[in-house]
Design a protein around this ligand. Structure first.
Ligand SMILES: Cc1cc2nc3c(=O)[nH]c(=O)nc-3n(C[C@H](O)[C@H](O)[C@H](O)COP(=O)(O)OP(=O)(O)OC[C@H]3O[C@@H](n4cnc5c(N)ncnc54)[C@H](O)[C@@H]3O)c2cc1C
Length: 452
């Protein structure tokens, strides 16, 4: 039997996270053999597909659920995505500019936005604090028919919108364009059991076994399932939160966000242009607890049950959520948002916070649109772990779980993995190229920084 090839790094999952890592490993390290396994026939068909997410480049300026520290973190990683894209001539295929704003409705939200503007504008100089007339000039339908006081923080000329599936394809293309390396994309390749094989790992697939010195699992909620199978991350459980959307005629020119209710762990709905359905605006996402790891894929129900690991700690976390009246009402309301005969009427009430004169006849449930955010339940801390989660075992295998803003953070998350892999395998990172291409710094300023 021929000797099995050993890859330096094997990535499982070809969404925007896995493909971003493939690109960084190929472009910025001296590793020679890298492979990515994806079970479907193309990359980014699950949560990273534009149909299934809000297509937003989250920069931290209009997301009022982010603290200043979190906003700075996503701003850096959003910039990496823009820098990568602007280096390529065809970036206008996946990166778009729209206006964006977050509106403060009523006195309390208005006051909150004013304070937020004062705290954030030093880090986000493009922010503008605007009042009713200026909002009307930008987004007529946000003001039409509105009686309450309103103000907004707006950003007018920045990249706001990404087709993350086309971005993923660009990552693969750039990775495979690097000369002198084997960069393999194995589509229709379902990764099954992962086990140790001496100092390497062995991954069983429907197309035979792959061997690698390092494995990174970027398989959404499935990543935690792989971790559990290997005895890692047992203190985590996964709560899949589906998000649905509603279409309205193209009443919005750009992105319109609302102020977050800070009692709720999930982001408030917003209005967005849809780059895949250009004559419509999209409102959402809703937040529905759902017993599958992939939306509209009932085959992932057994996987959900395995990854949930339902026990007293999980039930306590759920109970703590249900105890809070705002969260309880929110959970029930979001369940009703899925019920055919009542959902449009109910959603209309929330949607009117963004477009006050919206009519029922203009609201359409976006059928089979929207993905699943794999939210982690930290059983030890007995709370939800919001945002991305990485289980770095220190043993040559990493598991990534990436709810929103995981698509925006793809290059930042990949950088984390890149550095862990470089330490573990002892490979070199071309820091100058990394800074120049992704951080937007030139070699001179990088070397000055190193000297300082
Ligand atoms: C409703 C909603 C709105 C969102 N909006 C935004 C937004 O506006 N901006 C933003 O930044 N983020 C947003 N997100 C989050 C974002 O979509 C995700 O963070 C991101 O797409 C995650 O990418 P990923 O590559 O980690 O996972 P995925 O895109 O889910 O990719 C995982 C891949 O792993 C593959 N896979 C799974 N199991 C196996 C296996 N056994 N073998 C081989 N392959 C396997 C799957 O087929 C899939 O291709 C949103 C998410 C939702 C649900």
């Amino acid at each position: 039997m021929a000797k099995q090839a050993v890859y330096d790094v094997l990535i499982i999952g070809g969404g925007v996270s896995g493909t971003a890592l493939l690109y960084q490993l190929a472009r910025f390290t001296d590793l020679k053999r890298i492979a990515l396994l994806e079970k479907y026939s193309d990359v980014a068909t699950v949560n990273s597909h534009g149909r299934n997410n809000s297509q937003t480049l989250h920069c931290g300026d209009i997301e009022t659920n982010y603290s200043l520290d979190k906003a700075r973190e996503v701003q850096r990683t959003a910039r990496m995505l823009v820098n990568f894209s602007l280096g390529l001539p065809d970036h206008d295929q996946w990166l778009f500019k729209h206006s964006k704003m977050v509106i403060g409705v009523g006195e309390q939200e208005g006051q909150f936005l004013r304070q937020r503007y004062e705290t954030f504008s030093a880090d986000f100089p493009a922010m503008r604090f605007i009042l009713r007339d200026e909002i009307a000039g930008l987004e007529h339908h946000v003001i039409k028919g509105r009686k309450e006081a309103i103000n907004a923080i707006a950003i007018l000329n920045e990249y706001t919108t990404v087709n993350f599936a086309d971005l993923s394809k660009a990552f693969v293309q750039q990775a495979q364009a690097v000369k002198g390396k084997q960069v393999e994309l194995a589509l229709n390749t379902y990764a099954g059991k992962i086990s140790r094989a001496g100092k390497d790992f062995q991954v069983e697939t429907n197309k035979g076994c792959y061997r690698a010195r390092f494995v990174v699992v970027c398989a959404g909620g499935h990543s935690l399932l792989f971790a559990h199978q290997m005895g890692h991350g047992l203190n985590y459980s996964c709560l899949p939160m589906a998000g649905s959307f509603y279409y309205v005629p193209k009443l919005l020119q750009g992105k319109v966000y609302t102020v977050q209710n800070d009692k709720l762990p999930f982001a408030a709905i917003h209005g967005d242009p849809d780059i895949l359905v250009e004559d419509k605006s999209r409102l959402g996402p809703t937040a529905l607890m759902t017993p599958v790891l992939e939306r509209y894929n009932i085959k992932t129900l057994p996987e959900f049950l395995r990854v949930l690991r339902l026990d007293l700690d999980v039930m306590r976390v759920m109970w703590d959520l249900f105890k809070v009246r705002d969260i309880r009402n929110y959970i029930f309301k979001n369940m009703l948002f899925e019920v055919p005969l009542v959902r449009r009427r109910l959603f209309l009430q929330d949607a009117r916070k963004i477009i006050p004169d919206l009519q029922l006849k203009d609201l359409e449930f976006a059928s089979r649109v929207g993905g699943v955010r794999p939210v982690m339940i930290d059983k030890q801390a007995r709370k939800l772990h919001m945002g991305e989660a990485k289980i770095d075992t220190g043993e040559g295998i990493i598991f990534n779980m990436t709810p929103s803003p995981g698509a925006t953070s793809c290059l930042g998350n990949a950088e984390g993995d890149l550095r862990i892999i470089a330490d573990y395998l002892g490979c070199q990172i071309d820091e100058a190229a990394f800074a120049e291409i992704l951080l937007g710094e030139d070699r001179q300023s990088l070397s000055n920084k190193n000297i300082a």
